[in-house]
Design a protein around this ligand. Structure first.
Ligand code: MG
Length: 280
């Protein structure tokens, strides 16, 4: 009895070892033939400024090389607030082919493997009538505004937003600084935003006061979370890496989103370190 039990044990152990060895051998041959096997359902999404590159500068060759190595293991996407021309200056002119997904203007312009898969604009979203109503009202408001000086370009029309400036964008540097000081005392921009917010509450717009002389107006949800619609069905694990993940930062919404696993980074070097630990 004891002999039979021992023999069964030896046979079953040998069988298990053979299966394990064969499995390992198949994996080894497969990885020699095909390179590392890409993890299904996992995507690493990266902010650009401060995450892949120093702010507004180009990525280093080492960083670009690293991203290509990473791409062998997981799907890689980039999501930046700038337009495609600016992102391509920072990450290379073949950017849309170098990554699986490239989301410029937070994903208003979306590329997958070099092909355009999404293109949204403020014009399409609001329609000419509502857009005209908003612009007309804003220009009237600025015309009636009594501030020390006015210049030109009070509304700049961009693909995904309007940039509104009470003094006008083509003021000089000195005039810009003077306006900023004046605005701190008289709250020209906050008051104007308050009026627009009430008047156009039905349009669900977000108002963001930034810089010295203007504020941005764009539809709610047109932050970086906008790009998630292109990946949320295909990927069960969406990692996001960004440097401005704090409240008020431009990575905050996507970092906090329950659709992503958020990672805060302090520099491009830190991004590499964290990715190596996680994926390589
Ligand atoms: Mg950033």
């Amino acid at each position: 009895m004891e002999g039979i039990r021992r023999r069964v044990f030896v046979y079953s152990t040998t069988f298990t070892l053979c299966v394990a060895f064969a499995g390992e051998e198949i994996r080894r041959v497969k990885s020699i033939e095909m390179g590392p096997v890409k993890k299904e359902g996992v995507i690493a999404l990266f902010d650009v400024d401060g995450t892949l590159t120093p702010a507004r500068k180009e990525a280093t060759p080492e960083m670009l090389q690293f991203l290509q190595e990473l791409r062998q293991v997981v799907t890689v996407g980039v999501v930046g607030g700038s337009d495609l021309a600016k992102i391509s200056e920072q990450l290379g002119k073949n950017t849309i082919y170098d990554y699986d997904y490239v989301f410029s203007e937070n994903g208003l312009v979306a590329h997958k493997n070099g092909t355009l898969i999404g293109n949204q604009s403020l014009k399409t979203y609001l329609g000419e009538e509502k857009l005209k109503e908003f612009i007309n009202f804003t220009l009237h408001y600025i015309a009636d505004l009594d501030i020390p000086i006015k210049r030109g370009t009070f509304i700049e029309f961009r693909e995904g937003m309007l940039n509104v400036s009470p003094i006008g964008r083509n003021c000089s540097y000195e005039e810009r600084c003077e306006f900023e000081k004046y605005d701190k005392v008289h709250n020209v921009r906050p008051k104007m935003v308050q009026v627009l917010r009430e008047k156009f509450s039905h349009l669900n717009l977000t108002y963001s006061i930034g810089g010295q002389i203007s504020f941005d107006v764009f539809p709610q949800g047109w932050d970086k979370t906008f790009c998630l619609q292109f990946v949320e069905k295909e990927f069960s694990e969406i990692h996001f890496f960004g440097d401005k993940t704090y409240k008020g930062g431009n990575d905050h919404e996507i970092f906090e989103s329950e659709k992503t696993i958020g990672h805060t980074v302090t520099s491009p070097e830190d991004t590499r370190r964290q990715c190596t630990e996680l994926f390589l």
